[in-house]
Design a protein around this ligand. Structure first.
Ligand SMILES: Nc1nc2c(ncn2[C@@H]2O[C@H](COP(=O)(O)OP(=O)(O)O)[C@@H](O)[C@H]2O)c(=O)[nH]1
Ligand SMILES: [Mg+2]
Length: 388
């Protein structure tokens, strides 16, 4: 038996075992627990992707896989994606055909009987799996319809109905996509749209830490699931916002402005007890589309001074919808800053880590992810220190 003059609790002080203060025993117990806990927390970071529908959550998750070297090489995956893209294109052109009629915008192509061609495409079946043969029957017609100036005008008024943001890219690549030997690329994957009905997860390792991303889908009825996903484990929230939604309305209720809805959801999350300890990262996403939208507004404003023809196609200005905006309604940085302020005003006392992002741009997300990773690691360490 070692007869040390040092105590058996800490091997540092010179108290005998019996008169070693109880407090110290307790401290050691807590210290041990903390050490285990720190070890666990340090090694796994859970990042919950939140935001309303179509904001870009699934796209960010796809980017994580692409950035970390997961390629679309499995036959099965490619095949499935091909069908999803055929489906997106046929469904998209049908939405445009329908919207043109509802908005009463005339066809511009007068030489061919474009209306009967559009009727034919409109009757295309999208409930079953769309094969290459089936899709091929429609590609030439889709191309003709998409390029009609009446449909283009309808497209420019897309805030008045619901059209997925990946579609202009897919229509622009129709020729390649309609080839028999078509093999979807990463860019195609990023622009394809599959509504998230189940919870998607993806983990990446960095410096011995596992970053676990969770995408729980964003439509209104799925929102309940968000809370269940969170059991008070240390987590960060990545809240994603579509920056172009200030003049758009909900799919579920066309009287509700999408940005108002997003702000309400953000507020709910930030004040929720479930997310009390989570750090909040904000992506103001679709920067590319916002830049394009503001450029188009500027162009139309300029041409309006010469002719009123285009008046109908002028996008609504942000200050017409959010009167508190007093900047230049066509200036990208000013509009972005204003959007950010709206979220900052709702964050209460908590820090917010904002980024302006373009989720379909792999280089952009790679850069942003480097920052996010550092923020999350830093926040994680801070909260571990706070536990002590
Ligand atoms: N141009 C552009 N399209 C985007 C961006 N982020 C997402 N999208 C497109 O927007 C659509 C909806 O994105 P998705 O990630 O499915 O949204 P989710 O409902 O939040 O998961 C998809 O067609 C994406 O390709 C972006 O930053 N720029
Ligand atoms: Mg999704």
């Amino acid at each position: 038996m070692v007869n040390s003059k040092y105590c058996h609790h800490c091997y540092r002080c010179i108290h005998s075992d019996d008169d070693h203060p109880n407090e110290m025993k307790e401290n050691r117990r807590i210290e041990k627990w903390l050490k285990q806990e720190k070890h666990r927390l340090k090694r796994e970071i859970r990042i919950l992707l939140l935001g309303t529908g179509e904001s870009g959550k699934s796209t960010v998750l796809k980017q994580m896989k692409i950035i970390h070297g997961e390629n679309l090489d499995q036959g099965q995956q490619l095949e499935e994606l091909r069908h999803v893209i055929y489906f997106n294109i046929i469904k998209g052109i049908k939405v445009l055909i329908d919207a043109r009629a509802k908005l009463a915008i005339p066809w511009s192509n007068k030489t061919t009987d474009i209306q009967s061609k559009a009727d034919l495409v409109f009757r295309a079946e999208t409930n079953n799996l769309i094969t290459f043969e089936y899709f091929s029957r429609y590609t030439a017609l889709i191309d003709l319809i998409w390029n009609d100036a009446g449909i283009q005008a309808t497209f420019h008024k897309r805030n008045q109905y619901q059209l997925s943001d990946g579609l202009p890219y897919l229509f622009g690549n129709l020729k390649r996509i309609s080839s028999l030997t078509y093999k979807p690329t990463n860019q195609d994957l990023l622009h394809a749209r599959v509504p998230t009905r189940t919870v998607l997860e993806y983990s990446v390792q960095y410096k011995g830490v596992s970053f676990h991303f969770i995408d729980v889908g964003g439509q209104r009825k799925q929102r309940k699931k968000w809370l269940q996903c969170f059991d008070n484990m240390l987590t960060s929230i990545l809240f994603i916002v579509s920056s172009i939604e200030y003049d758009q309305y909900l799919v579920e209720d066309s009287t509700i402005n999408r940005l108002d809805e997003t702000l309400a959801v953000f507020e709910l999350i930030i004040h929720s007890d479930y997310f009390h300890h989570a750090s909040i990262i904000l992506f103001l996403n679709k920067t590319d589309l916002l830049a394009e939208k503001l450029k188009q507004t500027k162009r139309i404003q300029r041409s309006m001074s010469k002719t009123m023809d285009n008046y109908d196609y002028r996008p609504q200005l942000i200050n017409e919808l959010f009167p508190e905006y007093d900047g230049d309604a066509t200036n990208l940085q000013q509009v972005q800053q204003f959007l950010l302020t709206l979220f900052q005003q709702r964050r209460s006392y908590r820090p917010l880590y904002p980024h302006f992002t373009t989720a379909v741009d792999t280089e952009n997300i790679k850069r942003v992810f480097n920052d996010v990773r550092e923020t999350v690691l830093h926040e994680n360490i801070k909260s571990i220190i706070n536990l002590q």
